[in-house]
Design a protein. Structure first.
Length: 116
């Protein structure tokens, strides 16, 4: 069952407009819809926004439960929303404390913009 914190597989729109099948992290379900906020997961671990994105290393004790094949980065700036039917399958999940940390970072970033 799709839930926040699950790592799934789906096609996401890329910067160039093309769609690419990739792992995603499920962030939250939109109220009143069958759509989910998700963010992209990338094998590129060198292209991070420090203090925002998160590397999930194959060395981490929970790595096997993620379903990822190699060290990857959770790209909080690569957010999209998808209809539930476009999410193809569950690969694994993040531990609750890692998911909570990412959500906190995302919300802190959004709240900084409220005080402009």
């Amino acid at each position: 069952m799709i839930q926040p914190g699950k790592i799934c597989l789906a096609e996401l729109p890329q910067v160039d407009g093309k769609r690419k099948k990739r792992p995603i992290l499920v962030l939250s379900k939109l109220p009143g819809r069958d759509h989910w906020f998700v963010c992209g997961v990338s094998r590129k671990t060198y292209d991070l926004v420090a203090g925002f994105d998160e590397i999930i290393s194959s060395e981490m004790e929970f790595f096997n439960q993620t379903g990822l094949k190699t060290s990857s980065s959770i790209k909080l700036g690569f957010v999209s929303y998808l209809q539930e039917g476009r999410i193809e399958g569950i690969l694994g999940e993040l531990p609750r404390e890692v998911y909570d940390l990412l959500i906190k970072r995302f919300l802190n970033h959004l709240s900084k913009n409220l005080n402009r």
